[in-house]
Design a protein around this ligand. Structure first.
Ligand SMILES: *[C@@H]1O[C@H](CO)[C@@H](O)[C@H](O)[C@H]1NC(C)=O
Ligand SMILES: *[C@@H]1O[C@H](CO)[C@@H](O)[C@H](O)[C@H]1NC(C)=O
Ligand SMILES: *[C@@H]1O[C@H](CO)[C@@H](O)[C@H](O)[C@H]1NC(C)=O
Ligand SMILES: *[C@@H]1O[C@H](CO)[C@@H](O)[C@H](O)[C@H]1NC(C)=O
Ligand SMILES: *[C@@H]1O[C@H](CO)[C@@H](O)[C@H](O)[C@H]1NC(C)=O
Ligand SMILES: *[C@@H]1O[C@H](CO)[C@@H](O)[C@H](O)[C@H]1NC(C)=O
Ligand SMILES: *[C@@H]1O[C@H](CO)[C@@H](O)[C@H](O)[C@H]1NC(C)=O
Ligand SMILES: *[C@@H]1O[C@H](CO)[C@@H](O)[C@H](O)[C@H]1NC(C)=O
Length: 657
């Protein structure tokens, strides 16, 4: 009897609970339904078509929605823009307004509407009052505007707040200091302004804080060092002022610290004792106004892998303790006032791949110990007080070195022959602003990996060797301000045997070149963006093939002896932004087609023999008079109007180059 009753109770219970759960699936809570349908109504484009399937009343079964099985309430909205399944990855978009009614879904724990690109509107101001259970809020990668609402400080269960890459503005609410459970705060790439609230130092569970690329001002809060578990702090690219807080040295879990591109001043305050910041792997302090010496204890931060102190006002010697940073791979010290010699201990940095000490006051000689840097790939010693007199052969013998920058190193004599046979093929070579004499060697053509060559500002006297045509990977060629002669056509045939040219930058200006311009545009190098042939002795006609340089942004042919009509083919080069043809012997009219050059920002046609009416319209009429002065008979806006039967108008004397 009793067991029969028990059986009945069990059956009854199963039926009622089962029914309740079925109901929960079929009809969701009216507030949840209202909140979600309002959200859907705010979106007018959904390239993923997920919302189109949100029909009926059973919102718990809708795509992207999760509910609590017991209460039947909606606890999660997960509709990220980036959809990745086993079979495909897909970047979807939603366009429309984020409905404030989403806060009706009051049991939400997770909102993921990140990376939808087109979600506009504001973060609902009442979010903190209405969604007390929220643990994760992802709205990154959208078009949200307005402030981070004050009420956010009420979300005491919040663990992850990802609002980066929006257009949020206003200041950071100090109420955020209450978010005791927050461990990821990612607000970078917005327009947040004002100071970092002192209250942020109460966020003691935070592991990652990224606020870079905003317009934050003021000081970094002194107590920030209390964030003991912080692993990554990125405050870069803001307008922060004041000193680096001493307390930062207490962040004993920190592995990434980025304070670069601010207005910070004063000295580097750490480490003051051994063991401080011993987890720090990545440190960027570049592009600030920091002063003083690099701390002698720098070498105590033994985990450092990448350090940038570039573009500050650090002075004094490079501390020899650096040699203890055995994990160091990249070291950027350029653009400071560092003096003395490079310490011998740098030679112990066996992992070092990149060493940039350019634009300092470092003196020679280079310590021979550097010859043990067997992993070094890039070395920039440019613009120091090195006065090396000759390029050290042992440097060229470093086994991994392929990018060598030694501009204004005081190097004399001819381009050293040993550079043709370095252990690692040369990719970038900058020996500009030295005292190199002699010729461009034919072996240059054997540097088949060469991407960048800068021999500018030397005293090289020769023709360009035919062998350069073999340089199929050459992208940047700067030979300006030498005494080079002959034709330039070899340059336009660089890599011609190969289908897609890689050349983007050619500067042969300020030499004694005489012919070859007719070759421009005949080869496969149609990707040239910068071409400067000014201050040479080029003569003759500019061939129409120049119109094939479809990517050209800057063309400077000024101060030559070029004649005949202006190259009409240029009208087809719609990418052109700077066109300098002044001080030549061009004749005839300005081609009407030049009106098609809508991106043109700088134009100089002065001091030629041009005549006739300046074609009326933008952009030609927007340039100043000086763009057209010193010609034979140009008229029309911006110069004086053309007279119907008029003869010569303004004429200014030709100025010599
Ligand atoms: C569902 O809600 C109940 C009651 O609020 C709660 O005890 C339970 O932990 C929740 N379940 C889940 C999986 O969150
Ligand atoms: C931060 O903590 C201090 C004490 O540790 C407290 O006085 C202050 O009110 C807290 N600020 C916030 C915003 O929680
Ligand atoms: C490197 O560290 C050792 C202790 O580990 C220390 O004795 C030595 O002085 C340091 N070297 C330099 C150049 O600071
Ligand atoms: C070295 O640093 C300077 C200044 O930061 C920079 O302009 C230059 O390109 C760097 N050199 C190399 C080889 O990257
Ligand atoms: C560079 O070194 C050479 C040879 O050591 C010396 O004659 C010359 O005066 C030095 N130049 C400068 C500018 O210090
Ligand atoms: C070549 O070096 C000079 C300085 O020596 C510099 O002004 C110029 O910008 C460099 N060229 C390129 C293409 O980087
Ligand atoms: C071209 O080179 C000349 C001489 O080297 C220089 O003065 C001029 O600024 C350069 N033109 C452009 C547009 O960069
Ligand atoms: C511009 O390009 C078009 C189509 O490629 C061509 O027909 C025309 O001749 C070109 N104009 C000039 C002035 O080269």
């Amino acid at each position: 009897m009793a067991s029969w009753l028990l059986w009945l109770i069990v059956v009854f219970t199963i039926i009622t609970v089962g029914k309740g759960m079925q109901n929960a699936r079929q009809v969701c809570h009216p507030n949840d339904l209202k909140g979600l349908t309002s959200f859907k109504a705010g979106i007018h484009v959904d390239t993923s078509s997920r919302l189109a399937k949100w029909v009926g009343h059973g919102c718990c079964s809708w795509e992207g929605i999760t509910c609590n099985e017991t209460t039947g309430r909606v606890t999660g909205i997960r509709l990220p823009g980036f959809i990745s399944t086993n079979d495909f990855v897909f970047q979807s978009q939603m366009r429309g307004l984020l409905s404030p009614s989403i806060t009706l879904v009051s049991c939400l724990e997770v909102i993921d509407l990140g990376g939808l690109i087109g979600l506009a509107g504001r973060i609902p101001p009442s979010i903190g009052l209405r969604l007390p259970n929220l643990r994760k809020l992802y709205l990154y990668g959208n078009k949200l505007i307005g402030p981070v609402p004050d009420s956010i400080g009420k979300l005491t269960k919040l663990e992850e707040l990802h609002l980066y890459e929006n257009r949020l503005s206003g200041s950071l609410p100090s109420t955020m200091g209450n978010l005791k459970n927050l461990n990821q705060l990612l607000l970078y790439s917005n327009e947040l302004a004002g100071t970092i609230p002192d209250a942020f130092t109460n966020l003691t569970n935070i592991v990652q804080m990224d606020l870079h690329s905003n317009i934050l001002t003021g000081h970094i809060p002194e107590r920030i060092g209390e964030m003991q578990v912080l692993e990554k702090l990125d405050l870069s690219k803001n307008l922060l002022t004041g000193k680096i807080p001493l307390s930062l040295a207490n962040l004993n879990s920190i592995s990434e610290l980025y304070l670069d591109t601010n207005h910070l001043e004063g000295e580097i305050p750490f480490p003051s004792s051994f063991g401080q910041l011993s987890s720090l792997g990545f440190l960027r302090l570049d592009d600030n106004h920091l002063t003083g010496r690099m701390p002698a204890s720098f070498g105590n931060m033994v985990s450092l892998q990448r350090v940038s102190l570039a573009n500050n006002r650090f002075e004094g010697v490079i501390p020899s303790s650096l040699g203890n940073l055995s994990a160091l791979k990249e070291l950027y010290l350029s653009g400071n006032l560092l003096s003395g010699q490079i310490p011998e201990s740098v030679g112990q940095l066996s992992q070092l791949i990149m060493f940039n000490v350019s634009h300092n006051q470092i003196q020679g000689p280079l310590p021979h110990e550097l010859s043990s840097l067997e992993n070094l790939q890039t070395l920039d010693l440019s613009f120091n007080h090195l006065n090396l007199t000759s390029f050290p052969q042992w440097l060229a013998e470093l086994p991994s070195l392929s990018r060598i920058y030694c501009a204004r190193c005081g190097i004399q004599g001819e381009i050293p022959d040993f550079l043709q046979a370095t252990p690692s093929p040369i990719q970038e070579l900058d020996l500009s602003s030295n005292h190199l004499t002699g010729s461009l060697p034919a072996w240059l053509g054997r540097l088949t990996q060469l991407y960048k060559l800068n021999f500018s500002r030397n005293s090289l006297v020769s023709r360009i060797p035919v062998s350069v045509r073999n340089l199929q990977y050459l992208g940047v060629l700067d030979l300006h301000s030498n005494k080079l002669t002959g034709p330039i056509n070899n340059v336009f045939q660089i890599g011609n045997a190969f289908p897609d040219g890689s050349l983007t930058y050619i500067d042969l200006s300020d030499n004694y070149f005489s012919t070859g311009i007719v070759q421009a545009g005949v080869g496969s190098q149609t990707g040239i963006r910068y071409l400067n042939l000014s201050h040479n002795f080029l003569e003759g006609r500019v061939a129409t093939t120049i119109g094939r340089l479809k990517s050209l942004q800057t063309l400077d042919l000024s101060c030559n002896k070029l004649g005949f009509n202006l190259p009409e083919a240029l009208a087809n080069v719609s990418s052109l932004e700077k066109l300098k043809l002044q001080k030549n012997h061009f004749t005839g009219r300005i081609p009407v087609g030049f009106l098609k050059l809508k991106r043109l920002k700088e134009l100089d046609l002065s001091d030629n023999l041009l005549a006739g009416e300046i074609p009326a319209g933008k952009p030609l009429t927007d340039f100043p008079r000086s763009s057209y002065s010193g010609n034979k008979g140009l008229c029309g806006k911006p110069l004086s109007p053309c007279k119907v039967k008029g003869l010569l108008l303004v004429e200014e004397p030709l100025k010599p180059c």
